[in-house]
Structures are given as C-alpha cells and as structure tokens.
Write a protein that binds this ligand. Structure first.
Ligand SMILES: O=C[C@H](O)[C@H](O)[C@H](O)COP(=O)(O)O
Length: 237
C-alpha cells in the first residue's frame, strides 16, 4: 500500500532536485504529470529570483501550468535541441528503460526526450521495478484502433481502449488520437517490444522509452531526501 502523502513528499523532493540541475539560459523540456509539477513549481521560484530559461511543454496540462506560474514557453519547432528535459515515469528499471503515458502524453514526451541532450526522470520509489510489467500506453490513430487491437492480441497482448473520466467514450489525446493500454505481463526485452510496437501501422507512439538510457539520470525522492541514480548503478530496491 502506497502512502499518498509520503509519495507526494518524495515527488516534491525529486522535482525540486531536478529543477536545481537547470542552469541559466537553458532550454528545458517540461514533461507531464504530478512529479514534473513540483519541478515546475521550483523552476518558477527560481525564475522569480532571476533564472532565465525557455520551457518546452509536452502537453496542454503542462503548458497551462507553466503559463500559470510564469515559466516562458516556446515550441520544439522553435528549439529543436533541448539542453535538459525533466519528466516523470510510470515504471523505471535498473537499465533505465521506462514505461510512460499514464496521462496520455507520451508522444510529445518522446519527441522532447529525443531532442534533449540529457533527460532527468523524477520519481518516487513506487516507480522503481526490477522488471517492467505495467500496461504499455499506446497512442493510436482513431482510424486504425480496431486493427491495432486485433494485432496486439495476436502477439499476446491484453489491449484495452482507454475510456475518459468526465467524458463519455474514449480518451482523445492532445494530438487527436486514441490510447490503448496493453498488458504484456513481465516484459522480457523492453527494447525489442518498443521497436515492435512502434512499427505497427496506426501506432503513433508507444509508452516504452528504451533508447534514451545513455543520457538519462533518475532522481528518486522520499521523505528522507533524494537519491540520484546512474544507469546500472545502485538501484534501491
Ligand atoms: O503521460 C504521462 C506521463 O508519461 C507522466 O510523466 C507519467 O505518467 C508520470 O506521471 P506522475 O509523475 O504523475 O506519476
């Protein structure tokens, strides 16, 4: 059972530490979700003290929050090279393969991670796992969700079309597409599955992030503070 208030403290610790890694003048990728929210809170405080940055948001939610707290924004097309991106994750393994997309933002997050010189993943300990086994969110063209679901079943997946909350029918992403959450049990080879899913016609982006590990740092926060993890280094699990 996860203690929600302890989890929030950990998220704040991680978010604040990542925000303190940002230097003056940087172009900063702003991921999506509750942990990145704390990083933006800290960045906003630093901006009020004189820090100058340009933020590249990965979702409507992030753009709205960033505007609300005074973080200047631009687009990935304006700044195709990002100095540092801060993002959350749903699961992180010791080799820094990730599952992302609980908030259906994985497509823009993946574009920003690709463009970033370094990627800082902020997480609480509940996100760490020896083996990825969460459902993989898959953004899919609405015109092709049926054949994609059909195909996912043939490769052993358990796909479910994501439904909205406070909205009848399927979730529609910021990019106008649908999302399939697909279970695969324990994922033996995340890189192979990432490549496979990404190659299915109709799939826009899958939530497996397996190609950014070399430039990734993971910051894990809990009520005692933060640990900054290196790939295949000490993994507190
Ligand atoms: O689409 C959502 C993103 O991939 C989030 O970064 C991820 O789900 C983690 O979110 P949170 O920090 O709220 O747990």
């Amino acid at each position: 059972m996860v203690d929600a208030s302890a989890q929030a403290v950990g998220k704040r610790e991680a978010g604040y530490r990542a925000a303190d890694m940002v230097a003056d003048g940087m172009v900063v990728g702003l991921g999506t979700g509750s942990t990145v929210f704390f990083a933006m809170e800290r960045l906003a405080a630093r901006i009020r003290e004189g820090l100058v940055i340009t933020g590249i948001p990965t979702s409507f939610q992030t753009a709205i929050r960033a505007r609300g707290c005074g973080i200047p924004l631009a687009t990935l097309n304006d700044y195709p090279v990002i100095d540092l991106a801060i993002d959350g994750a749903d699961q992180v393994d010791p080799g820094f393969a990730l599952i992302k997309g609980r908030g259906a933002a994985q497509t823009q997050e993946k574009c920003v991670a690709f463009a970033a010189k370094s990627l800082v993943i902020v997480a609480d300990p509940s996100k760490l796992t020896r083996k990825l086994d969460a459902v993989v969110p898959i953004e899919v063209l609405s015109s092709a969700y049926v054949p994609v679901i059909r195909y996912l079943k043939t490769i052993g997946g358990v796909p479910v079309l994501r439904e909205g909350i406070k909205k009848d029918g399927p979730v529609i992403t910021d990019n106008g597409n649908m999302v399939i959450d697909c279970g695969f049990g324990t994922i033996g080879d995340p890189t192979a599955l990432d490549i496979h899913l990404s190659s299915i016609p109709g799939v826009v982006t899958c939530g497996l992030f397996t190609t950014f590990a070399d430039k990734t740092t993971v910051v894990v926060g809990d009520s005692n503070g933060c640990q900054v993890l290196s790939r295949n280094g000490q993994f507190p699990l």
